[in-house]
Write a new protein. Sequence first.
Length: 263
Amino acid sequence: MIRLNHWDISSRFIKVWRRNLLVYRETWKVNFLPPLLEPILYLLAFGMGLGALVGKIQYDGRQVNYVSFIAPALLSVNIMYNAFFENTFASFVRMYYQKTFDAMMTTPLTLDEVTAAEIVWGATKSVIATAVMLTVISAFGLIQYPAGLLILPLAFLGGIAFGSIGMFFTGIIPRIELFNLPIFLFITPMFLFGGTFFPVENLPGWAQVLAHIFPLTHLVNITRCLSFSHSDSSILIGLAYLVVFSLVFFPLALRVMRKRLIH
């Protein structure tokens, strides 16, 4: 039993996680298509199109081709999308329309366990999708091993971070249509300015500060370092940031979900 600011979570949450896994297995062929095809389309588009114009860019004191630069960012965006959208739209549907949460709460499960299981499941989906995408990108020779294998546990940590904030929004947003607000105000700016398509150092000073507030910026940097088998202090800083981010938003997600469905 884990006591987290008076939230009690037992191993029963695994039963909810397993329920989501069983549902996922029913549609796994469809779920595998995006992480399988998206990197191919992105790499072809950027490699044959924009990559041909940009050529090589300066990264970490050396010249790297543009496709190698964006490949780790595609993995990071994939981690963010899978966890965030699973714990916003998908969780909201299970909670509000399908009444799955209500059914679970008629059992010995607590709402905290259901919420925690949803977040862990979102992180699990990030790992599954990352494993598929990593395999595809590796076929292009864009990931260096064995350091590249560490991207999988990183995907789980990133999934917990983005799943937690996704579930936080699920707890406070009244209607499913309003998820467009956090997507527009939170997800899209990170996608564009989180070091995905160009180095953060190319931004103005104030924008660099703002970019480093985004969790995606740190996730992209760590993934890129692992992809290039490069290590420096920024990896530890980024990991610390993602851990603290998760420790803040995980209990916040439990709190707002409890307030929404119980109080």
